[in-house]
Design a protein around this ligand. Sequence first.
Ligand code: ATP
Ligand code: MG
Length: 402
Amino acid sequence: MSKIPDTILLRYGELALKGGNRNSFEKTLAANIASATESIADVKILRERGRMTATLKSNPERIERVANRIAEVPGLSSLSLCIPCEADPETISGLVNQHLLRMFEFSAPGAPRITFRVETKRADKRFPIASTEFDQYIAQRLPESLWDKLQVQLKRPELVIGVDIRTKGAYVYFGRTPGIGGLPVGSQGRVVCLLSGGIDSPVAAYYAMKRGCRVDFISFLSPPYIGEPTRQKLVKLVRKVGRFQPKNRLHIVPFTEIQEAIRDHAPEAYRTILYRRMMQKIASRIAFRNRGKAIITGESIGQVASQTLSNIACIEEASLLPVIRPLIGFDKLETIKIAREIGTFDISNEPEPDCCTVFMPNGPVIHGQIAHCLEAEEKLDMKGLIKNALDGIEAIDIDTDA
Ligand code: ATP
Ligand code: MG
């Protein structure tokens, strides 16, 4: 019997399991967890009725690292480090006591009591004691030396001592860490995300992944106006935000020829909208090649001049796929908060410019009209420009930060 945790108990929300997709949901989740942890330790994942366990077959001292990594895999509601043992009342009670004694070994005498509750789940009804009674069984058998350190409190205790009784044995755990929720990446198909290097689009990509979409990244770059430093920044962003999914590819699209054509042949006030329409057209085609079903952007309403409802309508009209804007109702500060949490904020804040700043118009149109966009595009060799951009794509496969 192992005395230190070598297993992580993984829970996923019930809601996600409605309908007949449970099996594929679980398979996808297990595969994503395996992929997230493979560079840290040899982890064996077992699916067991409504939950999973991940057991370290090597490097047990890395369990915290593995747990932290798994906590970021979309699809999990919470996880707990746990100790597997025999499903036998005395064994379980002994293990709980041993662990608590170790936990309180260095606690100062007279320190305030820690509130706790035992939480037993009995999936195997052959176990001789019912759940609530077993909670009491454990509590009554706590070592005397801990009586002045612990106090039962059923509502919001500081410590939950969990006992999970399964057919093939039991797990004992102490506390739980929240997961990020959502759905396993891949369970909802693929999308492409327009990644700009700003604060918003990486956050938008995160939300798409969290809802189970596999995201392919697309960035537009205009060398020599916008070049290597911005490219490096984009790679760094994907390396960071891409850790929420198993594999990452960034498509870098050359945009210089298109921007120069728009500068030379279209009304100045429409430049930004026309750039964005081109991005939609090209992104739609990249999506088709990769079985992508939607385009994700970091736009929200009214955040910058280009993001009025009429301009959003002009941009959307150019897309061949649904455009999804996870941040549509976010204030900038809300987006920044998430960007900090997922670790992209500092990278986005690096001062490297975005290609939309090239030939920036003096008075950009605030309420663009689709008819004017179409008229301007008639003067451009749209087919040729799009073809050249697609032919010049550089696709980079990116390993993420483990
Ligand atoms: P971000 O912080 O993501 O740049 P933003 O609020 O600054 O967003 P814009 O710069 O107007 O807004 O860009 C709106 C959206 O257009 C971006 O979120 C991104 O999805 C897309 N986008 C803009 N520039 C590029 C680019 N060079 N490559 C790819 N996508 C881009
Ligand atoms: Mg921007």
